[in-house]
Design a binder for this molecule. Structure first.
Ligand code: BTN
Length: 240
């Protein structure tokens, strides 16, 4: 893994996208101060002070587009969850790749791909934000309910130590994951998944579907059964 630290940047994902040609495979761009962080579905990711993780992994797989690339956020999500567990807390995965503790979000992932004018995959960017050391007052400023590791454990966590733990776990599994796909982690992921066998609503673009979350399939998709007993398989979406 190569590390590129930037003291301040608008968005590590944006930086990685704009500089994709100068960044090698397996580079992590990270910063202490991200001023215009971006989240999924055009949301923003607030800056909650330094000592939190604002990072983007740049990957340049040699193969062209493969379905498994879209599951890489779930691999990253799982290793983040395992790293939280090592800190003594019990995280839950909110499909596809949010981590929450007692229903409060502690980390989120935004994947982006860079495609050349000729249609080739230039690189994948896995951006992730983790609330490691944030005061309650700061969290109260953001609308969605959130928490941070220091609030949950009462301890300070060094940002770089946590980051390196996550990335070493990610690297260990990466090659096998590309070969074997989501199946490699399915059981570990499902064990931590929130909402299985509960009623949920999933928003996909402008449509909302309600039903019982039945499974996370071997492709990492969410399976929902609605009240008419109809099955829905979601590859993307947001659990409301
Ligand atoms: C989400 O939960 O909506 C995803 C949030 C992803 C935030 C991270 S912080 C580092 C990287 N750079 C960005 O602009 N966003 C991601």
């Amino acid at each position: 893994m190569n590390y590129l630290y930037l003291e301040e940047i608008d968005s590590t994902n944006k930086y990685a996208k704009e500089n994709i040609n100068n960044l090698s495979d397996m580079t992590v761009v990270y910063t202490s101060k991200q001023t215009e962080g971006r989240g999924r579905f055009s949301r923003s990711w607030n800056f909650l002070g330094k000592d939190n993780i604002y990072a983007s992994i740049v990957l340049k797989p040699s193969d062209k587009m493969k379905d498994v690339y879209s599951n890489l956020t779930q691999l990253l999500c799982l290793v983040l969850a395992q790293t939280f567990e090592e800190c003594g807390i019990v995280p839950k995965i909110k499909w596809p790749n949010d981590i929450r503790i007692n229903k409060k979000k502690i980390s989120g992932i935004l994947a982006e791909s860079v495609i050349s004018a000729g249609g080739n995959l230039e690189g994948l960017i896995l951006g992730f934000g983790v609330n490691l050391n944030t005061q309650k007052e700061k969290l109260a400023e953001i609308s969605q309910s959130a928490t941070s590791l220091n609030i949950e454990t009462g301890k300070y966590t060094d940002m770089e130590v946590f980051l390196k733990k996550v990335l070493s776990k990610f690297c260990l599994l990466y090659n096998r994951f590309i070969e074997e796909g989501f199946l490699l982690i399915r059981e570990d992921y499902k064990r931590r998944a929130e909402f299985l066998n509960e009623e949920i609503s999933v928003k996909v673009f402008d449509k909302t579907y309600t039903g019982i979350a039945k499974d996370v399939t071997e492709n990492g998709a969410l399976k929902l059964i609605d009240k008419n007993n109809q099955e829905h398989i979601f590859l993307i979406g947001d659990i409301l």
